[in-house]
Unconditional design. Structure first.
Length: 87
């Protein structure tokens, strides 16, 4: 790269390298804190997200692939008639 990069190029480089990953880590931290895990489980996932050596990619990727629990839904009742809902 040339030594005469403009202000726009430096700003975009800063946003891509520093700002975007930090915002992603903050969003995933909120996701971990809202999850229904024990305190120890939350702390372990936060350590994985923030402290894994390849800072930008590996920790958040592991949480998104393996850490999230699917939301539990009420079972669907197939055998009930629709008239039960209108009473």
């Amino acid at each position: 790269m040339s030594k005469d990069r403009g202000c726009l190029a430096n700003t975009l480089l800063f946003l891509v390298i520093i700002f975007v990953p930090v915002v992603g880590h903050i969003i995933e931290t909120v996701m971990v804190l809202e999850d229904d895990r024990s305190l120890a489980g939350k702390l372990i996932w936060l350590a994985v997200i923030w402290l894994l050596p390849p800072f930008v990619v590996l920790g958040p990727l592991l949480y998104l692939l393996f850490g999230q629990r699917p939301k539990r839904r009420a079972p669907i009742m197939f055998a009930q008639s629709s008239q039960a809902y209108y009473r």
